[in-house]
Design a protein around this ligand. Structure first.
Ligand code: GYE
Length: 322
């Protein structure tokens, strides 16, 4: 029997069984514990619900960690706040879950709570984003995208595109709508693109600012960019929802963008709605980021259950669409 099932069963009964007769509760207790006996209990601490990518990612966990697949899922939405995620992790430890899946909003500030999980003997799997900790034995593995490569590929695509357009001598003014500062996706995509930017003497990064991965914030930031810089040639959006926010601002300002417009629009994630925008020529190129991480995390857990070794860093394969 998994160590935590009795505890969880008691919590469920407490919630459901108030006012019931003792013998009814005993019966229910037996039912719940027998049904749950073989389930692996996972606590998922999700970043929030800031983007379409995130919603797809949450769906992937919910569809993977089902009772039919042998799991009992406890899901906590951190609402983009690290303190909420730390609280969720501490609750998972109290509940004696079997595994913690952490999708950390930012990279730093996790050492203490991860040490608590380690001391409690609960393996932590980092999913999507990663952490910076002194001791990497504080987590079992990280499963996610190579965000730096995504950024490098965006830079290489732009270089190629401008070459084809014969614009290698022209000054190219760029602005970037960054994701949540200190998140792995923001760090990797910014740094990756800058690797190529630094090799192109005619490219000029006018300004970078966070749009917090949301459409609303990105619209505000893009409005500011458009007011500040009359000549913008390229907008890099570190996710699709921010590309939509940028599009809203450019539309309102009467600026043209995309394949047949004045401003080149580059995005990341490749969600359904954004791919439709690529097809219409509104977004020039979109770099895929796979949100379907549930099955890969499931595989890692199954291996750990069998006492097998797992790879510390596991990248998912991705492509791009233009
Ligand atoms: O690009 C964005 C989301 O961490 C890869 O977070 C993820 C990013 C994704 O909110 O849409």
């Amino acid at each position: 029997m998994k160590k935590n099932i009795c505890l969880l069963a008691c919590m469920l009964l407490f919630a459901a069984g108030c006012g019931k007769q003792q013998n009814e509760e005993d019966f229910l207790y037996q039912d719940v514990t027998e049904d749950m006996e073989d389930l692996i209990v996972v606590g998922v601490s999700q970043v929030g619900s800031e983007s379409d990518w995130r919603l797809a990612n949450t769906r992937s966990y919910q569809e993977t960690f089902t009772e039919e697949n042998g799991y009992y899922l406890i899901f906590e939405d951190g609402q983009q706040k690290q303190e909420n995620q730390v609280k969720a992790l501490r609750n998972f430890i109290l509940q004696e879950v079997d595994y913690i899946i952490l999708d950390p909003v930012v990279e730093t500030g996790w050492d203490a709570v991860l040490q608590e999980a380690k001391d409690a003997g609960i393996p932590v799997i980092l999913s999507d984003r990663s952490v910076q900790v002194e001791d990497d034995s504080l987590y079992a593995c990280w499963i996610g995208s190579d965000f730096t490569i995504e950024g490098v590929n965006a830079g290489l695509w732009l270089k190629d595109y401008l070459e084809k357009e014969g614009r290698t001598e022209e000054t190219i003014n760029i602005v970037t709508l960054q994701g949540t500062y200190d998140s792995t996706a923001q760090i990797g995509r910014t740094q990756g693109f800058e690797c190529i930017l630094n090799t192109q003497k005619n490219w000029k990064m006018l300004e970078k600012m966070s749009g917090e991965f949301t459409q609303a914030k990105a619209k505000e930031v893009m409005e500011y960019f458009l007011k500040m810089y009359p000549e913008i040639h390229v907008v890099i959006c570190e996710n699709d929802n921010m590309a939509f926010g940028a599009m809203d601002a450019m539309k309102e300002a009467g600026r043209s963008y995309g394949k047949n417009g004045d401003i080149i629009l580059i995005s990341f994630d490749a969600t359904q709605a954004a791919l439709e925008a690529v097809e219409k020529g509104e977004i020039n190129v979109d770099f895929e980021c796979n949100p379907n991480l549930g099955p890969i995390v499931d595989k890692a857990i199954k291996k750990l259950e069998q006492g097998q070794e797992i790879e510390k860093i596991q990248y998912v394969e991705e492509t791009y669409f233009d």
